[in-house]
Design a binder for this molecule. Structure first.
Ligand SMILES: Nc1ncnc2c1ncn2[C@@H]1O[C@H](C[S@+](CC[C@H]([NH3+])C(=O)[O-])CC(=O)[O-])[C@@H](O)[C@H]1O
Ligand SMILES: O=C(O)C(=O)Cc1ccccc1
Length: 265
């Protein structure tokens, strides 16, 4: 069965805890953060609360196959495609790529600011893909320097940066990408039109209900994400990509308020 048919994310299923983070009234007061508690249930949380997550991951190696052309050279003279997975969490995107490429084709650099995430990602990636060249880096993507690369993945990460920092990160990505390289930007968005937005939000909550979340869990998570996950509109994303220099970019995926854009250098 292909990864599309199963719709399952590349994340491991053996040690996943069920997401019970906002099941009691007390949880309502807490601010969402990517700590050990979230790490433990993250694969379950993301699968049940991000529409299309598995399908976006399944498409990454297909996009990489078309656009990564071994343009980079390692210190030992090997020609590879270098891919950044920025805000990697447990490395789901990196795993989706590693699973479809031979070890020597890719050099993956997976970066996350949360040490709880990177500690677990390091173990998962080296256990599952011991032959692949995958480096997991604990760092703030606003501060790291990027090496020349063929593909950058921002899968649900830009939305967690302060709005004022988003342009600089995209400029840095644009500068690091080689000609012919791509950025894949996946985000939760909101609609500019209030009525359309209300409809999308309500259907999104229906999606969460259908995936077993209670009213308390839905409202608890909404409160915890306030001022933490700050969405832009799809138009704002495209305007920003224009502003940083990407001449061509298109929305290739949308499922309710979740979208994925590919931007070509
Ligand atoms: N400044 C920052 N620098 C680095 N990482 C950051 C920063 N701010 C937040 N993060 C990290 O961005 C990740 C966002 S989750 C990405 C899913 C993953 N991409 C996936 O394909 O499974 C999306 C979600 O949970 O909705 C978290 O791990 C944060 O620690
Ligand atoms: O659950 C939500 O309300 C979301 O917006 C998606 C999500 C998934 C994982 C961490 C943070 C937000």
């Amino acid at each position: 069965m292909s990864r599309f048919m199963s719709q399952s994310p590349a994340l491991p299923t053996s040690v996943i805890q069920h997401d019970t983070l906002f099941t009691t009234p007390l949880d309502k007061a807490s601010r969402f953060s990517f700590d050990e508690q979230v790490v433990a249930c993250f694969p379950d949380m993301i699968r049940r609360s991000v529409p299309g997550y598995g399908q976006v991951l399944a498409m990454l190696p297909i996009l990489a196959r078309r656009h990564c052309k071994y343009r980079q050279q390692t210190t030992d003279g090997q020609r590879v495609s270098r891919i950044y997975d920025l805000g990697c969490s447990l490395g789901g995107a990196s795993m989706a790529l590693a699973g479809e490429f031979a070890p020597h084709d890719l050099q993956i650099k997976a970066v996350d600011i949360s040490p709880a995430m990177t500690t677990e990602a390091r173990t998962l990636l080296s256990d599952n893909y011991p032959e692949h060249d995958i480096e997991v880096i604990t760092a703030d993507i606003r501060e790291i320097e990027l090496e020349p690369c063929d593909m950058v993945i921002l899968n649900l990460t830009l939305q967690f940066l302060p709005a004022a920092d988003r342009v600089a990160v995209l400029e840095k990505i644009y500068a690091a990408l080689s000609e012919g390289g791509i950025l894949v930007l996946t985000e939760k968005t909101h609609a500019f039109d209030e009525q359309y937005d209300a409809w999308l939000v309500e259907r999104y909550y229906d999606f969460k209900r259908a995936n077993g979340y209670s009213e308390m869990e839905i409202s608890g998570k909404r409160n915890a994400l306030e001022n933490v996950l700050i969405t832009d509109t799809l138009d704002e994303h495209h305007s920003r990509l224009d502003a940083v220099g990407f001449a061509r970019h298109l929305t290739w995926f949308q499922f309710l308020n979740f979208v994925s854009i590919v931007a070509f250098k």
